[in-house]
Design a protein. Structure first.
Length: 204
């Protein structure tokens, strides 16, 4: 099947924060059912129709390497958007967001390119065990200039909204890149036309 556009996302964060569950919820609409059989798969895909265009969303998941903090540069290759995840019942996973931010910044192939990022605080259904409140997470995300979302992969709350926002940011970013390319091309064509006119413009 041919898609109008593709969008490659990756998800990172500490082990057990719910990364695989979030993807499973988004892609299959399920929790704790089929994904156990898919451990080791590199990515999952889902099609969305946005503004009458078919978008293939590819989400790369870790196969557990994050336990050893050993994600390779390969994992980050081609990522167009990043989902940074922590568990609202784990202060440690929230504290480690700094590590994950520096890890993708170091590993991105084109280091000075702006990649849309969102932060997800997952497991909000576990109200009584919550350790990180919404305000603190929002404050941290704002400081980093990333949008913050709260989700429960278990109930499904917030999952679609968060991922769709990131997809929109990526599409917007890619649209801007296309616009820049077009502008660059048109500048080039203009320059070439001027050149073929025979007159060389110069300031001195
Ligand atoms: P990971 O991919 O980040 O390592 P997983 O995390 O998706 O494997 O989830 C780790 C554990 O957290 C799993 O429980 C999973 O069911 C649970 N979990 C994930 N998301 C949520 C959530 O939103 N709410 C609740 N209550 N639990 C969640 P097990 O028991 O299999 O270790
Ligand atoms: Mg996992």
């Amino acid at each position: 099947m041919k898609f109008d556009k593709t969008c490659q996302l990756l998800i990172i964060g500490d082990a057990a924060v719910g990364k695989t569950s979030i993807i499973s919820r988004y892609v299959n609409g399920t929790f704790k059912e089929e994904y156990l059989g898919t451990v080791g798969l590199d990515y999952s895909t889902k099609e969305e129709i946005i503004d009458d265009k078919s978008i293939q969303i590819k989400i790369w998941d870790t196969a557990g390497q994050e336990r050893f903090k050993s994600l390779t540069q390969n994992y980050f290759r081609n990522a167009e958007g990043v989902i940074l995840t922590f568990d609202v019942t784990s202060t440690e996973s929230f504290g480690n967001l700094k590590y994950w931010i520096s890890s993708f910044k170091e590993n991105m192939e084109k280091k000075n390119i702006f990649i849309p990022v969102i932060i997800i605080g997952n497991k909000i259904d576990l109200v009584d065990s919550r350790e990180i409140n919404k305000e603190d997470a929002e404050k941290f995300s704002k400081e980093k200039n990333y949008k913050y979302f709260e989700t429960s992969a278990k109930t499904g709350e917030g999952v679609d909204e968060a991922i769709k926002e990131l997809v929109n940011q990526v599409l917007k970013q890619n649209g801007q890149k296309d616009d820049q390319k077009e502008t660059r091309n048109s500048v080039q064509i203009k320059e070439n036309n001027e050149g073929s006119g025979g007159k060389k413009k110069g300031c001195c």
